[in-house]
Design a protein around this ligand. Sequence first.
Ligand SMILES: NC(=O)c1ccc[n+]([C@@H]2O[C@H](COP(=O)([O-])OP(=O)(O)OC[C@H]3O[C@@H](n4cnc5c(N)ncnc54)[C@H](O)[C@@H]3O)[C@@H](O)[C@H]2O)c1
Length: 413
Amino acid sequence: MSKPIRVGVVGVGRGQSFAAGATEAVGMQLVALCDTAEARLAEAGKQWGVATYTDYERFLEHDMDAVVLANYFHQHAPLAIRALDADKHVMSETTAAKTLAECAALCRTVERSGRTYMFAENYPYSVAGQELRRLYQAGEVGPVRYAEGEYNHPGEERWRLAISPGLNHWRNWMPCTYYCSHALAPLMCITDEMPARVNALAISEEASQSPNTVKVADAGSVILIRTVGGAVFRLWGLTMGSIHRVRYELHGERGMIATAEPDHWSTIRRHAEEWMRRPGEPNDITYRPDWPEHGDLARASGHGGGDFWTSFHFANAIRAGGQPYLDVYRGAAMSAVGILAWRSCLADGAPQAVPDFRDEEARKAVEADHWSPFPEDAAPGQPPPSIRGLIQPGAEAVAHAREVWGAHGHTRA
Ligand SMILES: NC(=O)c1ccc[n+]([C@@H]2O[C@H](COP(=O)([O-])OP(=O)(O)OC[C@H]3O[C@@H](n4cnc5c(N)ncnc54)[C@H](O)[C@@H]3O)[C@@H](O)[C@H]2O)c1
């Protein structure tokens, strides 16, 4: 392989998975880290032996080719735009943008800069997700008519608090539809479908809520999507206390393909009723596929191999001088689904049209749409983060949260 691609990573929480992924195997080399939390950054800098920066502008002056954004969930677009303008390739964690205006601005900047932009959705790249894509693209079930994507990640309360340090931390505040990409991205990547309209209903935390919580958002949602090709996708989940689940199921006119128990990252089920089967084809099989290539490298990485493949595809797109499959338009579409599903939740399920961000006319129509539920954007007319409105956590809950944050070294939270 030619000269390695020199990468800098922003955010040393999740960002350390990307630091670990910048390897010789994908032709990348980690050269710098950036984080505003000094102690956390110093520790990571020592571990990786690279330059560290608390200031993003100074970090961008470092001699490097690409930037990976793993800062706060809803603050990626402005940093992505700055990096692209500074001539860096960008890979951004989810979500790509927190408003429709940011989606439009991000797409324009990628086009203007000519740099590579990748939306770092790792869930489509599990071995199960890739096998479903192979089956679907081979026409095994015909065009998709209906599909389900589920991502639900509950957690014990002290653990949840420890990873959400601060009353305004994004994990305490983010409306339940915004983190929809783990449920949606695999369905889009298997079928090549794009979202056209969404309806959604939020599921309130109220009934199961611990009196100790400082979370002001809801537990989860159901999002219905009508795709450009006319199919219906149903997404479910987020942090409901019922079951940890990552699951995908696709129905066509010639059967069903799905991820399956015991491990939805790597097990597949394929079903066809008797009259649909081709001669010799089994009517119901469950199997564990393998990667066609790089299986050992993928298995050694996180999220069912997805963490290896995002770096792999980002590096390949940079070397080819183009855009990866998970380009800015797919990233913007998934972000827009999260935003518009929240609008739908607050309007009791009313349908919302999803812009096609490839189209400059569609971008113009939303370029001034700064609708945002996040606390730094608070202003008259901005929406609340919960269907219950703007909740104030109780004094006892705040004191308890501060005690947990202090125990984890988050003294300023
Ligand atoms: N794809 C996945 O499987 C997966 C898993 C975990 C997290 N994530 C995503 O990764 C991102 C980060 O998640 P996390 O759990 O590490 O969050 P986190 O809130 O724990 O950490 C974010 C880090 O970014 C730093 N930061 C914030 N603003 C900054 C700025 N302007 N400049 C420099 N540093 C800044 C913070 O100090 C913090 O250390 C989120 O977008 C999240 O959705 C994705």
